[in-house]
Design a protein around this ligand. Sequence first.
Ligand code: IPE
Ligand code: IPE
Ligand code: MG
Length: 252
Amino acid sequence: MSNAAAPAPQASDRADNPVHVAIIMDGNGRWAAARSLPRAEGHRRGVEALRRVVRAASELGILYLTIFSFSSENWSRPATEIGDLFGLLRRFIRNDLATLHRDGVRVRVIGERTGLEADICALLNEAEELTKANTKLTLVVAFNYGSRQEIAKAAQRLALEVAEGKREASSIDADVLGRYLDTPDIPDPDLIIRTSGEQRLSNFLMWQAAYSELVFVPIHWPDFDKAALEGAIAEYARRERRFGGLVAKTGS
Ligand code: IPE
Ligand code: IPE
Ligand code: MG
């Protein structure tokens, strides 16, 4: 071929592109309060932002998108708000599952299922089952999820195996424990974005985030869009990931 002007894709293009982006979708309530609207309206608009961002992630070639949609600690909110949030999840799956499937999205759900209402469990199972062979984008929905609870559950399962004589305690290392979490088939997030300005993890993917780049954006979640996602990815691309080692030489 010719040495035409268009540059060939560089290996670094891939390295700058996160494989797995995880988002703490925060600020629905503040978005609504700023407009004198009920918090439920903020959550409803948050679902619209989610639709936009799933599409954008797909267009940007992201392979895994994890969204924090309900935390183990969100049970401390008023029952009416919990009802609103569960209603939106139900509606999101009922209305959007066919489109997600058509667009090649595989849905995976992490978090605690026991204790959830049967119809919610059935919807989550249906979404996972219908889309399990899709490969364009894996949408990981963290629902009723808490990182401490996830790690404690993994420890409990391992302890049981030791108690039953199926495993030596000395065999338990970080790799083994990692395989007992909810995410054995999901790479660790490269980039974690939190909207609305708070700078904390709030019990989200704490094990998996060991070497994630964290980007905090001031935008409330209902206003988040493709441009904001691209902005966070650009910030990620400027970071220098070292994983405890030394910086790789560039150029050679
Ligand atoms: C995020 O928005 C949605 C969930 C946590 C479920 P919030 O409801 O936390 O909104 P703020 O933080 O009160 O603004
Ligand atoms: C984290 O947001 C949980 C979700 C986005 C689902 P919160 O709004 O619950 O977190 P805190 O309470 O501000 O830490
Ligand atoms: Mg919040």
